[in-house]
Design a protein around this ligand. Sequence first.
Ligand code: ADP
Length: 399
Amino acid sequence: MSKDSILVINCGSSSLKFAVINPATEEEKINGIAERLGSSEAILRWTLRYKNNGEKGSQTLGLAAHEAALEGLMGLLREEGMVEGISAIGHRVVHGGEKFSKSCLVTDEVLQAIEDCIKLAPLHNPANLTGIRAAQKIFPGLPNAVVFDTAFHQTMPAEAYLYPIPYSLYKEQGVRRYGFHGTSYRYVGQASADMLGLDINNSNILVAHLGNGASACAIKNGKSIDTTMGLTPLEGLVMGTRSGDVDPNLFSFLNKTLGYTLDETTDLLNKKSGLLGLSEMDSDCRVIEDAAVEGNEHAQLTLDVFCHVLAEKLAGFAAAMGKIDALVFTGGIGENSSIIRKNVIERLSIFGFKLDEQLNDETFRGKSGVITQEGSTVGMVVATNEELMISRDTQVLTA
Ligand code: ADP
């Protein structure tokens, strides 16, 4: 059997998402998730993409954690006769600090460096490390590669990544803008250039990755030159439950007026703000859009704040790039919400965008394509595929 597949793993603190992909044909054979890990309700769910238009299955895991989830996955792969076909494992890692500007194979030094970045991503990097160590144990003999969310942004110039705070905090503690969603930007940047027949090395592409987490990126000649997320994924745009930019003095204001501790304000900004906090309805953009369409003015105002912040950031990036070859929407909201795209594109008409309402309304659920009129600056949708990108990198590193 030819070893044509890569196992892609994306490990969170209580979940493990996976996919088996042939990076050459881009075929995704299996995908799935192990959820509620560490609780008695842990469950492994999967879809066999190659069978009967996507045959679904599940298996309870007991009081299981990441290792047991991978054991369950190993059993599934064995049943499906797929173990032999897997040549390597690719892991998503959230934070690579300044150490990693591209993907690499896992070694003891690499594991140590990911551990050193825990102070920058205390929730994510430990979970990512758990996934790598469990994979090394359950799939001995297979090489492991790591693909970092931050790596793509290491090309940003210092003027874009430095914060105007005492310089020693950057030199001694690594306090700077890192940016995230880099794997998605790399995929979407290349895919949009290919679709438009542009040479990526001579292009100016703006990307808005709008999901539960949301950020934007300016990609000049295939390289990130600025992005909205910062030291952590809290900075920048309005998100599902994250505030994005606020006055940092909010910490002392809430402490003095309401007695909030550091942790309470951190929790408020990360989990109770954004679309959820402002709308007082839901973090899901669809719920707010439905309310706005039915005439709820506060829901409309929430959407307008979301689009106002995004349009301002994109306009700033456009100025930094000097030219816009394309504005690309991606992520759950970017790929599906014609309402948000219309709102944002209309705010950016100064840059020559003219929306094609029909194309905009017809582009959703994984469809990619241009949504602006002929003669307009190009606005388009590209369905992102971070798993495919991870499988490609892993393939290249292990070939
Ligand atoms: P994550 O950041 O967790 O990967 P996704 O990229 O999957 O998130 O995006 C999830 C979000 O996409 C949902 O919370 C929802 O707000 C939004 N979304 C999905 N479909 C639609 C739609 N048809 N209209 C508006 N928003 C949508």
